[in-house]
Design a protein around this ligand. Structure first.
Ligand code: PRE
Ligand code: MN
Length: 358
């Protein structure tokens, strides 16, 4: 005579409970293995080990579950275990929101970035002359913009294109910034130039093409000024976050992330602005997240809606290229705004109510 249903279910409840305890006991061990793997820097996923376990389990399988069922169930357990190890790993990243729940606020010469107010960073693609830089700096100062960008070392696609004024350009930035009371951001492309940056500028930019230049990231980690890290042209967010981790783990926690568009098949824009990167990076990290509307779009006519979208998505700031005479600019002529166009954009951004000034 079969046992009553209730009684059998009670037995199953007991077994479920035992299984749950065992599964979690297993998970604790999996975690410890994950920690060892983290220390050794080896991959969490180990297909050879998984196959060996499956073979052993099917060899010992007394039934009535078929081998295929047993394999299926255990594969799910391995998958959940791997997830646990990966989640634990993410929590250990210095830049992770799980590691530090509160926002990192970076002081850029008196302007806070990442603390709930937004920052506007504007300036020419390349520093070209004192006159060019002064004209932009003066307009920015009048507009109430506090941070100026300007490239001195230009990693150009073609070696025949303008490569930037180098150290001379950095000196010009320092002089003009002091004259107009602005903070400066400029790209550094060589680890040996980090000290130079500390001397002449306020924020080191690491460009998209160098996002995974690990020696440069390590050197920026030793710098005593903040770093603006651009997302690589084909970088996943995971790679972007790990690039930031390189800087943080080497000693510099003042890192700002900037989405600048990724390469897709779309031709109407220079790159594709990935707005989803903004809330995801804000969620996963505690670092300020900015959006470069000029390089992501490569155009001048859609900057306002793109900037508004970025701010609505939670961006801590916007970067835009401005040149007194974009048509004769030595780089990125097509996308730089002239001064009246910048003023119009800036007015539009302020009127949107999405931009809170510090
Ligand atoms: C474990 C988890 C993930 C790996 O792919 C292989 C095995 C498992 O759950 O058994 C544990 C583990 O990390 C390991 O044995 O190396
Ligand atoms: Mn540019």
């Amino acid at each position: 005579m079969s046992q009553p249903l209730e009684e059998l279910r009670e037995q199953l409840d007991g077994i479920n409970h035992e299984l749950l305890k065992l599964l979690n006991k297993r998970a604790e061990i999996v975690r410890s293995i994950g920690e060892i793997k983290d220390k050794q820097g080896v991959p969490k996923f180990d297909p050879v080990r998984e196959r060996a376990m499956l073979e052993e389990l099917t060899r010992q399988n007394p039934g009535p579950f078929k081998d295929a069922e047993v394999k299926h169930i255990f594969k799910e357990i391995f998958k959940a275990s791997l997830n646990l190890q990966e989640e634990d790993h993410k929590q250990q990243l210095l830049v992770s929101r799980k590691k530090q729940p509160e926002n990192t606020v970076i002081d850029v010469l008196g302007t806070p970035v990442g603390g709930g107010s937004q920052v506007m960073i504007a300036g020419p693609c390349s520093v070209e002359s004192y006159e060019q830089l002064r004209t932009v700096a003066s307009a920015l100062k009048d507009a109430g913009v506090k941070v100026m960008r300007g490239g001195a070392f230009k990693p150009r696609t073609s070696p025949y294109d303008f490569q930037g004024l180098g150290i001379e350009g950095l000196k010009m930035l320092k002089e003009v910034a002091a004259e107009f009371g602005l903070a400066t951001i400029s790209e550094i492309v060589h680890p040996a130039h980090i000290e130079l940056a500390e001397q002449y500028i306020d924020v080191i930019q690491i460009g998209a093409r160098n996002m995974q230049n690990f020696e440069l990231l390590k050197a920026a980690g030793e710098a005593n000024i903040p770093v603006l890290l651009k997302r690589g042209i084909a970088a996943t967010l995971e790679e972007f976050v790990h690039a930031a981790e390189y800087i943080a783990v080497n000693g510099n926690s003042r890192v700002m992330l900037i989405e600048r568009g990724i390469r897709t098949y779309e031709k109407w824009t220079r790159n594709t602005l990935d707005i989803s990167a903004v809330p995801l990076l804000k969620q996963e990290t505690h670092l300020p997240v900015l959006v470069d509307v000029s390089h992501s779009t490569g155009r001048k006519d859609i900057l306002l809606p793109c900037a508004k979208a970025a701010l609505a998505a939670g961006a801590d700031g916007i970067m835009v290229e401005v040149h007194p005479e974009p048509q004769v600019a030595l780089s990125d002529a097509a996308q730089q705004l002239n001064i009246p166009q910048f003023q119009e954009l800036w007015e539009g951004i302020r009127l949107s109510g999405l931009f809170k000034e510090a």
